[in-house]
Design a protein around this ligand. Structure first.
Ligand SMILES: [Zn+2]
Ligand SMILES: [Zn+2]
Ligand SMILES: [Zn+2]
Length: 157
């Protein structure tokens, strides 16, 4: 991915303005981990006008890694005949596991399936899905072949 592509996908990771504090909007703290930022150690996320979110170097690196691996995984699935046939592909498995790991490192929730809405563990076969959302591009994931039956929720005590 190019730097410009990374910047545009990272901006999509920024929570909507209403959910942010003034410090997050103006970039005096990291928009994700809210660590205080100094001018020389902050990354501009490319907002406009008064919406100028910035991030710390650590969050920026973690999310850059996450999206770089996701892009590799997505491109693989799009170009691999095995994956296109929904067959088990060892390369896709490796990319999925790598992605799950960097996603965890970035502090993100586990992936959920766009089709069935269920959370997916690292062991479940799935693939990245890029679609057009209501107001922004949607980058999600979906189970391969068929979604499993919804797991019965354990009754909370
Ligand atoms: Zn941060
Ligand atoms: Zn493949
Ligand atoms: Zn599913």
């Amino acid at each position: 991915m190019t730097e410009a592509e990374i910047t545009s996908v990272l901006l999509l990771e920024v929570p909507p303005g209403l959910a942010l504090t003034a410090e997050q909007v103006t970039g005096t703290v990291c928009v994700w981990c809210v660590a205080p930022l100094t001018d020389d150690a902050r990354v501009d996320l490319g907002g406009r006008g008064t919406f100028r979110p910035h991030s710390c170097a650590r969050c920026h690196q973690a999310l850059t890694d996450m999206h770089t691996i996701r892009a590799q995984w997505y491109e693989h699935c799009e170009s691999c005949e095995t994956c296109q046939a929904d067959a088990r592909c060892v390369y896709a498995d490796v990319l999925r596991l790598h992605y799950a790991e960097v996603r965890r490192t970035a502090g993100r929730q586990p992936m959920t399936c766009l089709s069935c809405g269920q959370e997916m563990t690292w062991a479940e076969r799935c693939r990245p899905v890029n679609a057009i959302g209501f107001s922004r591009p949607l980058r999600g994931f979906a189970h391969i072949v068929a979604c499993p039956q919804p797991k019965l929720r354990r009754a909370s005590a």
